[in-house]
Design a protein around this ligand. Structure first.
Ligand code: ADP
Length: 397
């Protein structure tokens, strides 16, 4: 069975074609600058070099059409006919309270995705465009929607409610939803396997990338997570501020004469590591700057580590203990320095790490130190594979 996985952003599209018989990636790629000047497709067939095609692409229909062409191209293609694709799995950002798991796309599902445009204004419209382009270009091939919010739907009300007037929850669905659900699901499942599949498990998963979130997972189900109504909540990220005193929002709006959209942009795109350092949103750049004596880069990285350690402490209490802490995504998988610094805060909980194993990367790694009360794991996330597996399971039902 062959499954195409698609992740549409507002002006970009990532894809991977899987052979599900052996979970092999046959080809993957990225379309950038859709609808703006300089559109291009970067296509990489497995085992071959990346090929780049530059041509105007006005919308997602045109982008997906070009991807299809390249998948069957005699030179860089990996299949002989599009009919070999059995299904398409789409990442959809916001499923609000409506989706607790992945589902086959129907008119009703599309309507609900549309209903969530307000909650995911940058992503949901693009996700729907991707689905509709596939419906048009591959009629009869099922589309499956995999929601970033779905895995967090098991949170109890005490974790997902905000202490605002209740009517806003009733009228506008204002509550915590959580994101990166597919990643938290993948790595927590893997962590439970690495623990030997115990009947009961308490796992804290730290997805640390450009966007970051942490989840508390009890017996395989999320009971709390750091992101909220939107992905802005939680702790310091590449360009997002994470949790701040909410009174800062009207205060700054008045002081700087800002509109709601302007303050939103400041908090989402100009804050976090970028805002603090005034340099870059990339954690590698900040580390280099810190090593060269940049005080603000040091402050930003200290804050990042401290805030993460505080959430892990909070989730230790929420879970009533912890069997394993998992680090994943760009920073979590690759940066031993941050992992070590975060775990140092956790020594009071009995966490000890193996400094040598903490240097490893590129595989599932248990870097628990001798005598540690909690296991520490590095687990490379694979959201695309999870989407492909969900798609296959739904097609086989
Ligand atoms: P996204 O949220 O865009 O998927 P990623 O999970 O790819 O983000 O994470 C991007 C972040 O990971 C960047 O801040 C980058 O600096 C960091 N990162 C990636 N590779 C490394 C590495 N080898 N060492 C340290 N940090 C890394």
């Amino acid at each position: 069975m062959k499954i195409l996985v698609i992740n549409c952003g507002s002006s970009s599209l990532k894809y991977q074609l899987y052979n599900m018989d052996n979970n092999e990636v046959l080809a993957k790629g990225l379309v950038e600058r859709i609808g703006i000047e300089g559109s291009n497709l970067q296509h990489t067939p497995a085992g071959k070099d990346k090929v780049v095609f530059e041509q105007p692409l006005a919308n997602h229909d045109e982008a997906i059409k070009l991807v299809m062409e390249k998948l069957v191209d005699p030179e860089c293609g990996v299949i002989s006919d599009l009919s070999e694709i059995n299904g398409v799995g789409h990442r959809v950002l916001h499923g609000s309270k409506y989706f607790t798991e992945s589902c086959v796309v129907t008119d009703e599902v599309k309507e609900v995705v549309r209903k969530c445009f307000d909650l995911g204004p940058l992503h949901n419209p693009a996700n729907l465009m991707g689905i509709e382009a596939c419906e048009k270009l591959m009629p009869g091939v099922p589309n499956i929607a995999v929601f970033d919010t779905a895995f967090h739907q098991t949170m109890p009300p005490k974790a997902y409610m905000y202490a605002l007037p209740y009517e806003y929850y009733e009228k506008y669905d204002v509550r915590r939803y959580g994101f990166h659900g597919t990643s938290h699901r993948y790595v927590s499942k893997r962590a439970i396997e690495m623990l030997g599949n115990p009947e009961h498990s308490k796992v804290i998963t730290c997805h640390l990338g450009n966007g970051s979130s942490i989840a508390a997972v009890k017996d395989g189900k999320v009971i709390d997570t750091t992101m909220g109504l939107t992905p802005l909540a939680g702790f310091e990220m590449g360009t997002r501020c994470g949790d701040i005193d909410p009174a800062i929002v009207p205060y700054l709006m008045k002081k700087e004469n800002l509109t709601p959209d302007e303050i939103d942009t400041i908090m989402n795109k100009k804050s976090g590591l970028l805002g603090l350092t005034g340099r870059s949103s990339d954690f590698r750049d900040a580390e280099e700057a810190m090593n060269n004596g940049d005080e603000r880069a040091k402050l930003a990285l200290d804050m990042f580590r401290y805030q993460i350690a505080k959430f892990i402490g909070a989730y230790y209490v929420a879970l009533g203990g912890c069997d394993a802490i998992v680090f994943t995504a760009g920073i979590g998988e690759n940066n031993g320095g941050h992992r070590a610094a975060i775990c140092e805060y956790l020594e009071c909980l009995g966490v000890k790490i193996d400094a040598e194993k903490n240097k490893l990367r590129g595989a599932d790694i248990d870097f628990t130190g001798e005598g540690s009360k909690i296991k520490t794991f590095i687990i490379p996330t694979d959201e695309e594979l999870m989407i492909a597996q969900d798609t296959m399971e739904l097609l086989n039902k």
